[in-house]
Design a protein around this ligand. Structure first.
Ligand code: SF4
Length: 712
C-alpha cells in the first residue's frame, strides 16, 4: 500500500509517497506500527514535483526510534523523577490539578501553548479547548516567533494576511525577485528551482542578507547590510525610486491610500545616509532601486531575517511600501509575499490558537465574530474569554502571583526555541503544573510534571496549509505504537474532566468540517473545502467559501482585503536593533537555520541519517585573526542574557562585525534578546550585541568589531 502525504517539516509541505520498505503490500488501511517505511517521489504534486530535501527523504527516521515515548510519564513527588503512568492516572491528575487551580485562581491561571507544526484540526481544537473547556484567555503559540511580523504587516497594508498571496511557482514568471532575509536554498531547497528557472528566463534574483548564504551565492545581486538595518535599506530604495520618478502613479492613485505621507517620510533617506546605517554602499542602493524601478514585474519576498526584529513588522511594511510604489501588489506574477517557515505556519495562525484570534482569521474582540463562532461551538458568546497575552509575554508571566500557574504545551519545544531561554526556563520551573505532549522527551518535556506521548506525522490524518495558502492533506500511513494517542484524544479526555459544556470530537475529518463552519464568512474561509476535494485537486487555496468555489490561488487581483478594496501605505521609521554593539558587547549576533535541521531540532537531531555536528559560531577571518582563533577552535559567546561555547567556523561569507549561530540546539537562544515588536510581539531573534572570546582564556578577551558598520 502506498500513501500520498506530505513532509512533516517546513511550510513547503512537499508531497511524498510512503510505502513499506520491504515493498510488500498489506492491503488497504494503515500499515502495522512496526513497519519500516520508505519515502518515494510524488511527482504529480505541483509544489515540489517529486523533489525533496534531505530532511524529507529521511523523515521516516523517527517512526521506530528508540527514544519514542509510548507511555505517559508523571513526575514522582518522592523521587522527583518522571515515571510511567497509565493514561487514566495521567489525565485524572491533570484534570484534578486544573480544576483546583481554576477554582482557586480563575480560568486564566491555566495557559495553553500551541505550535505552528500542529495540523489545522489540532490548532482549531486547541483554541476551542482553551476558550470553552478551560475558559482561559491565555493561549498563544510558537508561530508568534515565526511569521507574526509579516502577518501583522500584511493585515495592515493589504487587509489580509496570507503568506504568499500567489502560488510559489509565480516566482519563475516575474522579472526581478527580491529575497529579503531568506535563505531559501538551505531552508527549503526544492523551492530554489524556481529561482533557477527565473534566471534561465533572463530574470534577476536579489538576495539581502548579512551572510552570503547558499541562496546569496546563486543570486545576481547580493546586498549585505548590518543586522537589524533592513528597514533603513528599504527606505533608501523607496527614496531613490521616488527620486528617479519610478512611481506607478496610476496604480498608486487607483488602488492605494497614504502614498504622499510615505513619499515625504523617505525624503531624508538618501542613499549616502542609508550607507552609514546599513553598511551598504550608496551606489549599490541606487543600482538596486534602478533595477526594481525599470523592471516590468517585481516580487518582494521577506522571511525571518527581515522579520524577527523588534521593528520586524515595520520592516515588512517598508518593503510593502516599495512593492506598492512600483504598482506590483495584486498583479499577476508580482507583488509582496512572506516565506512562512513552520510546517503549518499559515494554517496554525488562522484557526484560533493565537491569543487574539478565533477561527477563520477572526478577531476575538469583534462581537460579530464571537457570536458566529460561539454559535458553531454551542456556547453563549459572552462565555468566550477575551484577548490573551502573546507567546513571550505569556511565558514571562508563568508562576507570577497573577500569572499562569499551569501550562499545557502541544507541539512546541520552548526551552530551545524561546528567546532569552534561560529566563524562560526559570519561569517554567516556577509553575505549579507543566504538561507537555510530545513524541520524544524534548528539552521542554524533560522539565514537565506530566508528559503525554502523542501520535506523529504519518500515524494520523489532518490538513495543513502551506506557505501559499494551499490546504493539503497529510494522510495516515501507519498505525501508531501501542500506548500513543492523538492530541485530539487528549483534548477530549481533558475536556470531559474539566466539565466542558460541549463535547470534543476526535475524528479529524469531523473536526475539519466544523472548522469549515466556524471559518465561514471569515477572512480565511475554508467552508467549501473537504478532504475529498483536497485529494482530488491536490490542495485547495483559501478563501474557498463554498463547494462550488474553485479556491483562490491569486489574491488581490481586483481588490485588497480592506473594506474600500485599497491597499494602505504606512509611514515607518528606522529604529535599528534594540541592543547596539558597545565596548562590552562589541559585535552583532544573528541566528538562523542550517539545511539538515528543523526548528528546535527535537525531531531532526534524532534522525540518524541527518548530520548533527552541534552548534557552531560563524565568524569572519578578520575577526578570527584579531582573536587568534583558528577554525574549529572553541569560542565563547556572551550577551547580557547568557553564554554559550561552540567551535568557531571561520568563513568569509559573513560581515566582519557580525557572528552567526544556528538555533537548532540549546545555546543560541540563551543569548537572544527578548525585546518585542510593538505590533506583532515578535522577539528580536535576529540581532543583539555579543562579545566573543576564545574559550580557553579564563577572562573573556572581548573582540572589537573590525570596521563596524562598513560592508566587507
Ligand atoms: Fe520537507 Fe521542507 Fe524539505 Fe520539502 S523543503 S522536504 S517540506 S523540509
Amino acid at each position: 500500500m502506498t500513501t500520498e502525504t506530505h513532509c512533516p517539516y517546513c511550510s513547503l509541505q512537499c508531497g511524498m509517497r510512503l510505502a513499506p520498505a520491504s515493498g510488500l503490500s498489506s492491503g488497504s488501511g494503515p500499515l502495522p506500527a512496526r513497519t519500516a517505511l520508505e519515502v518515494t517521489e510524488w511527482p504529480e504534486f505541483p509544489v515540489n514535483r517529486g523533489a525533496l530535501c534531505r530532511k524529507g527523504w529521511t523523515s521516516t527516521g523517527l517512526h521506530r526510534h528508540r527514544e519514542r515515548l509510548t507511555q505517559p510519564l508523571v513526575r514522582s513527588t518522592e523521587t522527583g523523577e518522571l515515571a510511567p503512568a497509565s493514561w487514566e492516572e495521567a489525565l485524572d491528575l491533570i484534570g484534578d490539578r486544573l480544576l483546583a487551580l481554576r477554582r482557586e485562581h480563575g480560568a486564566d491561571a491555566i495557559g495553553v501553548f500551541g505550535g505552528g507544526g500542529l495540523t489545522n484540526e489540532k490548532a482549531y481544537q486547541l483554541g476551542k479547548f482553551a476558550r470553552v473547556a478551560i475558559g482561559t484567555s491565555q493561549i498563544d503559540y510558537n508561530g508568534r516567533w515565526c511569521m507574526s511580523s509579516a502577518a501583522s504587516a500584511g493585515t495592515r497594508a493589504l487587509g489580509l494576511d496570507r503568506g504568499l498571496p500567489f502560488p510559489l511557482a509565480d516566482i519563475e514568471h516575474t522579472d526581478v525577485v527580491v529575497l529579503a532575509g531568506s535563505n531559501l536554498a538551505e531552508t527549503m531547497p526544492p523551492a530554489a528551482r524556481h529561482l533557477a528557472a527565473l534566471r534561465e528566463r533572463g530574470g534577476t534574483v536579489v538576495v539581502i542578507d548579512p551572510r552570503q548564504t547558499s541562496t546569496a551565492a546563486q543570486a545576481d545581486v547580493f546586498v549585505q547590510p548590518v543586522p537589524g538595518t533592513d528597514l533603513a535599506l528599504a527606505q533608501a530604495v523607496l527614496h531613490q525610486l521616488v527620486a528617479d520618478g519610478n512611481v506607478d502613479s496610476d496604480y498608486v492613485e487607483s488602488r492605494t491610500t497614504g502614498f504622499s505621507s510615505v513619499r515625504d517620510s523617505v525624503a531624508s533617506w538618501w542613499p549616502e545616509r542609508a550607507e552609514r546605517v546599513t553598511g551598504v554602499p550608496a551606489s549599490e542602493i541606487r543600482a538596486l532601486a534602478g533595477l526594481l524601478g525599470t523592471a516590468e514585474k517585481v516580487m518582494v519576498l521577506t522571511a525571518r531575517g527581515a522579520e524577527q526584529h523588534a521593528s520586524g513588522s515595520d520592516t515588512v511594511l517598508a518593503w510593502i511600501n516599495v512593492a506598492l510604489t512600483l504598482g506590483m501588489c495584486g498583479r499577476e506574477h508580482a507583488g509582496y509575499g512572506c516565506l512562512t517557515g513552520q510546517g503549518n505556519g499559515q494554517g496554525g495562525r488562522e484557526h484560533g490558537q493565537k491569543a487574539d484570534q478565533l477561527p477563520g482569521y477572526r478577531m476575538i474582540d469583534d462581537p460579530e465574530a464571537r457570536s458566529h463562532v460561539a454559535s458553531v461551538w454551542g456556547v453563549p458568546p459572552e462565555s468566550l474569554p477575551g484577548k490573551g497575552k502573546s507567546a513571550y509575554e505569556l511565558l514571562s508571566s508563568l508562576g507570577e502571583p497573577d500569572g499562569v500557574k499551569a501550562l499545557l504545551v502541544f507541539g512546541s519545544n520552548i526551552v530551545v526555541s524561546a528567546p532569552n531561554a534561560s529566563f524562560v526556563s526559570t519561569r517554567l520551573d516556577a509553575l505549579d503544573l507543566l504538561v507537555v505532549a510530545d513524541i520524544v522527551l524534548s528539552e521542554t518535556a524533560a522539565r514537565a510534571d506530566v508528559v503525554l506521548p502523542v501520535t506523529q506525522w504519518a500515524e494520523e490524518t489532518g490538513t495543513m496549509t502551506n506557505l501559499e495558502g494551499r490546504v493539503i492533506l497529510r494522510q495516515q500511513a501507519i498505525t501508531p505504537p501501542v500506548g500513543v494517542v492523538s492530541d485530539l484524544a487528549i483534548l477530549q479526555g481533558l475536556a470531559e474532566r474539566l466539565d466542558s459544556p460541549v463535547d470534543f470530537a476526535t475524528d479529524p475529518e469531523t473536526i475539519f468540517a466544523e472548522l469549515g463552519r466556524a471559518s465561514a464568512g471569515g477572512k480565511a474561509d475554508y467552508a467549501g473545502i473537504t478532504y475529498d476535494r483536497i485529494r482530488d485537486e491536490r490542495g485547495v487555496f483559501w478563501p474557498c467559501p463554498s463547494p462550488e468555489h474553485a479556491g483562490t490561488p491569486r489574491m488581490f487581483l481586483s481588490a485588497f482585503g480592506h473594506e474600500d478594496g485599497r491597499a494602505r501605505f504606512h509611514v515607518v521609521e528606522h529604529r535599528g536593533a534594540v541592543e547596539q554593539p558597545d565596548a562590552e558587547y562589541p559585535l552583532h549576533l544573528t541566528t538562523g537555520r542550517v539545511l539538515a535541521q528543523y526548528q528546535s531540532g527535537a525531531q531532526t537531531r534524532r534522525v540518524r541519517d541527518l548530520p548533527d555536528d552541534g552548534p557552531f559560531v560563524e565568524l569572519h577571518p578578520m575577526l578570527a585573526r584579531r582573536l587568534s582563533v583558528e577554525d574549529g577552535q572553541p569560542v565563547r559567546l556572551a550577551t547580557r542574557r547568557g553564554e554559550m561555547t561552540a567551535p568557531a567556523r571561520v568563513v568569509d561569507t559573513i560581515r566582519p562585525d557580525a557572528v552567526f549561530v544556528p538555533f537548532h540546539w540549546v545555546g543560541a537562544n540563551l543569548l537572544t534578546n527578548d525585546a518585542l515588536d510593538p505590533a506583532s510581539r515578535m522577539p528580536e531573534f535576529k540581532a543583539c550585541a555579543v562579545a566573543l572570546s576564545r574559550a580557553d582564556r579564563a577572562a573573556p578577551a572581548l573582540a572589537a568589531a573590525p570596521e563596524l558598520g562598513a560592508a566587507p
